[in-house]
Design a protein around this ligand. Structure first.
Ligand SMILES: [Zn+2]
Length: 118
């Protein structure tokens, strides 16, 4: 998360940006980054930077896998946990239980930065 923010700030330094209105991040469900934690961290880490006061929007990326054995491609099964609102993905093929290659869900990237032009 801090790496991501430093990268954004560095990028913004290349342009003459007055202020940033909104930053949209795409976070894969596999990254285990909690939305609330991220918003909190974002607020602290952007203080006294050009990102201060900007809105953080988080979009989730669903986990997608491809099976090495049967060629299945799609989502995975999840174990719903009672004590938290988190569900735990099962990283094996829902059809044949074979090994899978994760094709989506590991992202942690900046999708869009809306700036206030000078
Ligand atoms: Zn399979």
């Amino acid at each position: 998360m801090s790496d991501l923010i430093s990268a954004i700030i560095k990028k913004l330094e290349e342009y003459s940006v007055e202020a940033v209105e909104e930053v949209t991040l795409v976070i894969g469900d596999l990254t285990n980054l909690g939305e609330e934690q991220m918003e909190f961290a974002y607020e602290i880490m952007t203080r006294e930077t050009k990102l201060e006061g900007s809105k953080l929007t988080i979009e989730h990326e669903k986990i997608n896998v491809r099976c090495k054995s049967c060629g299945y491609s799609g989502g995975v099964e999840e174990i719903k946990s009672d004590c938290t609102c988190h569900s735990v993905p099962i990283l094996s093929c829902p059809k044949c239980k074979g090994d899978v290659i994760v094709t989506a869900g590991q992202s942690c990237m900046v999708k869009n930065i809306r700036i206030v032009e000078t």
